[in-house]
Design a protein around this ligand. Structure first.
Ligand SMILES: [Zn+2]
Ligand SMILES: [Zn+2]
Length: 438
């Protein structure tokens, strides 16, 4: 018996799953497997045959990395992406794409590429283009040339990868239907995705499904991660004004001290999570701003608190508003003060739909193999304005491994150009999977 025990998952019992590729079958003929005393489940895998050759995308990477580094050196914020949008539109036109609409949500762009495979649906691929108000400390030769602005979330890479895919797809057009390339402004702090949806891009371009991708530091280059269902949290934001009665610091009994009340409220809000929420559900309440007082010897009239609520269920975010109000008001009134609450529901839950997530997994696995695509990646408590596009249409959001780099939003972060061929190839493979020619 020549079968290597290394290929048997349960070595002690000599049973389990034996995966055999085309080469493996030659090395271990079926007679040998049948000769095993104990049961072995044989699963034939032929990944080499199914997998896409990534070589062409490595060539495209060199060009896309140049675009990325240009964008990195010239970061722009929010909706003020005039130079970035001009650069993107010029590149799209140079690829022979003739349906390009600019000025959507101020500086957003949608471009359409029709396939050669006949009629079919139109799918949207989305990249974000905006940078962050951070002083860069990456010390890369292509660092930001604008102090206080940097591409600290990798949207330069996202833009360059979608441009790379656009160049490839415009020259091959090996799909049916059409692809809508969505370049959006103001992901970080302006809900540009929501505005693009409000300005009607889904109906106007006939988009039936929509897909997003974000780089993820800590995931190896050449790997992907995704999950079905909620992938990012719903976000709420609150401001609380605690109202007391000012007075002399030496005579607290003649005032109502809003600082002491605010301190109780800050601690009290934490019981929303620990005492009022099902422990198996996910809610985070963070007080992130606190403003009070001007002098050592004055008890102020008011204190301002602010913070965020993040939840993996929309109902939790909505009930948090009532709970924050009840807790803060109850505490304040108990001490003779009062509160004013301003609560705003911002980004909705980002939810991946099942059919589109399965297509995304299939497209990624055909590039890098089954093991390099984690399809059970845990949801994050951050939020994403791609959620608005996923509210409008079914779709899926995938993470692309950025390697062991600094975290996003860190001054030392830089998008990893080595991840670029995988991102470009993912877009291309996704299009050729979802819009496969019959
Ligand atoms: Zn970000
Ligand atoms: Zn981002």
């Amino acid at each position: 018996m020549l079968l290597s025990a290394n290929n048997v998952i349960d070595k002690d019992r000599q049973c389990g799953v034996l995966e055999l590729g085309t080469n493996g079958l030659q090395r271990f003929p079926m007679e040998c497997i049948k000769a095993l005393k104990h049961p072995v489940v044989v699963r034939r895998i032929c990944e080499k045959e199914q997998m896409r050759d990534l070589e062409i995308f490595h060539d495209l990477k060199r060009e896309a990395a140049d675009w990325r580094r240009y964008l990195h050196q010239n970061p722009e914020l929010g909706y003020r992406l005039e130079n970035t949008a001009r650069f993107v539109a010029e590149k799209l036109a140079s690829f022979g794409i003739n349906h390009i609409e600019t000025g959507i949500a101020e500086t957003g762009i949608v471009a359409l590429i029709h396939g050669q495979g006949g009629d079919g649906p139109t799918i949207g691929l989305r990249a974000d283009m905006d940078a962050l108000p951070i002083l860069e400390a990456s010390n890369k030769p292509w660092s930001s040339t604008i102090p206080g602005k940097m591409h600290g979330c990798g949207h330069d890479g996202h833009t360059a990868m979608l441009l790379g895919a656009a160049k490839y797809l415009a020259s091959t057009r090996n799909f049916k239907g059409a692809v809508a390339l969505i370049f959006q402004p103001a992901e970080e702090d302006g809900r540009g995705g929501e505005r693009m949806v409000q300005e009607g891009i889904m109906d106007r371009f006939g988009i039936s499904q929509v897909f997003g991708m974000h780089n993820e530091p800590g995931l190896d280059v050449g790997t992907f991660a995704i999950c079905n269902g909620p992938v990012m949290a719903a976000l709420g934001e609150f401001d609380i004004v605690v109202k007391g009665r000012g007075g002399h610091a030496a005579e607290p009994h003649r005032s109502v001290d809003p600082i002491v009340i605010a301190a109780q409220i800050i601690l009290g809000l934490q019981t929303l999570v620990s005492r009022q929420t099902d422990p198996l559900k996910s809610l985070v309440v963070s007080v992130t701003k606190l403003r009070a007082g001007e002098a050592y010897n004055v008890i102020p009239e008011t204190v301002e608190l602010a913070g965020t609520v993040r939840a993996l269920a929309p109902s939790l975010r909505e009930s948090a508003e009532k709970q924050i109000h009840a807790a803060a008001q109850g505490i304040a009134r108990g001490f003779g003060g009062d509160i004013e609450l301003n609560y705003r529901c911002l980004e909705p839950l980002t939810v991946n739909s099942t059919a589109e997530t399965n297509l995304a997994i299939k497209a990624a696995r055909a590039l890098v193999g089954s093991d390099a695509v984690n399809d059970k990646f845990p949801p994050a408590m951050g939020s994403e304005d791609f959620s608005y596009m996923l509210e409008a249409r079914p779709g899926s959001y995938i993470y692309l491994g950025n390697g062991q780099t600094a975290a996003v939003h860190n001054p030392e972060y830089d998008f990893n150009d080595e991840a670029m061929p995988y991102g470009i190839a993912y877009w291309v493979n996704l299009v050729e999977t979802v819009l496969a020619v019959d």
